[in-house]
Design a binder for this molecule. Structure first.
Ligand SMILES: Cc1ncc(COP(=O)(O)O)c(C=O)c1O
Length: 369
């Protein structure tokens, strides 16, 4: 007799993470790697974080503050919400898991769009839930289709806004309409990991909704615009009642001291954030211009990544970039076999990406489409 995992786990494939810089260095014998595959921050993080982390090294033999008190106070002030309307997690990955553990019974349904952030599906399956996956319409979440797919068994709607991997948004008017008709016992998760990069107007002010809608959970992360991906810290905003439920499934000590200290320091450096956003905007324009000239189709992005159609086999394209020391994401996993998703890098890194793209297209007789 062998040990068997829970039946619900049978349908789960391990989560596909981007290759790490170290593994690519070893595999390809390269010493310089540019990683543009996991939407991290190419400009690093604020120098204030470095100083704050150094100063906190002395205290690492003690358990962290399990309530994230200082950070909680700071964010409550920034968002003009109550301190009890916040929850912290080991990145928003953990918060997504906590939401599923809190609300899903076996055979409950959770709706997501496709392609979107893959972790929503995994956590739903982990709980024995059923994933209802709806195709995007013109690369955008189709809330009409979501509403039509709701059944008695629907417990959660996972909405990534802006959406990873497309960078598209659900606008305020669309969300308002959807919420008016959404049953109050369905949890709507608004994963706003990329909110800081949004360029389109009419993006919903989700925090202002939690007073009226007790069934919304907003997720934010310090991994993207603040560049703290390795520290592991994200947070959720919801009604006190919902936060109370979520706390029942949270590990008591889930956010380490360095992560808390780094997050606080990063909030105190608006100039760093400004530089990141300026680089992002300038770089996106560089990409749009290049794609237009090359006749390639792309999706206008509100994030720190861009999805575009190379017209070539994207696995091959990703392999060619890898040989040149650049890690990108092939679109096959998103059901888009000729598309790739590239994280916005430093300006000169983006220029290099475009240069290589031109070479690859030329190698293929310029047959881009
Ligand atoms: C949409 C989305 N949500 C959540 C996460 C997880 O972020 P973290 O756990 O680093 O906060 C990511 C990471 O790429 C993401 O793209």
């Amino acid at each position: 007799m062998r040990a068997r995992p829970r039946k619900a786990l049978d349908q789960i494939n391990n989560y596909v993470a981007a290759k790490t810089i170290e593994s690519v260095k070893r595999e390809h014998g390269l010493d310089k790697i540019i990683k543009l595959a996991a939407n991290e921050n190419s400009l690093g993080y604020s120098l204030r974080v470095k100083d704050a982390v150094k100063q906190s090294l002395e205290s690492l033999s003690c358990y962290p503050d399990m309530n994230c008190t200082v950070l909680r106070e700071k964010l409550a002030e920034i968002h003009n919400i109550d301190k009890e309307e916040l929850i912290f997690g080991n990145g928003s990955f953990e918060l997504i898991s906590i939401v599923a553990q809190t609300f899903l019974e076996e055979n409950d349904e959770a709706i997501t769009v496709d392609p979107s952030f893959g972790w929503y599906k995994n956590v739903t399956w982990q709980m024995g839930g059923k994933v209802v996956s709806l195709p995007l319409k013109n690369f955008k979440a189709d809330l009409t289709a979501v509403m039509e797919s709701i059944t008695e068994k629907t417990k959660i709607v996972w909405l990534c806004n802006p959406n990873n991997p497309t960078g598209t948004i659900v606008q305020k008017s669309e969300l308002d309409r959807f919420l008016l008709n959404l049953r109050k016992n369905i949890v709507l998760v608004l994963d706003e990991a990329y909110i800081d990069f949004v360029q389109e107007e009419d993006f919903p002010d989700s925090v202002s909704l939690i007073g009226n809608y007790k069934n919304i959970i907003i997720l934010r992360t310090f991994s993207k615009v603040y560049g703290l991906a390795s520290f592991r810290i994200g947070y959720g905003i919801a009604s006190k009642e919902i936060i109370g439920f979520l706390n029942k499934t949270r590990l008591p000590i889930n956010v380490n001291t360095l992560a808390q200290v780094a997050a606080i320091a990063s909030l105190e450096d608006p100039d760093f954030k400004k530089r990141v956003l300026e680089n992002n905007k300038k770089s996106i324009e560089l990409y749009y211009d290049a794609f237009d000239k090359l006749g390639l189709s792309y999706v206008k992005t509100n994030c720190n990544f861009i999805l575009f159609n190379t017209g070539l086999d994207s696995e091959w394209v990703a392999g060619e970039y890898l040989k040149r020391g650049i890690i990108i994401r092939a679109g096959g996993e998103f059901g888009l076999s000729t598309w790739v998703r590239i994280t916005i890098g430093k300006y000169e890194e983006n220029e290099l990406v475009i240069q290589i793209l031109k070479e690859l297209l030329e190698e293929n007789n310029g047959s881009a489409i």
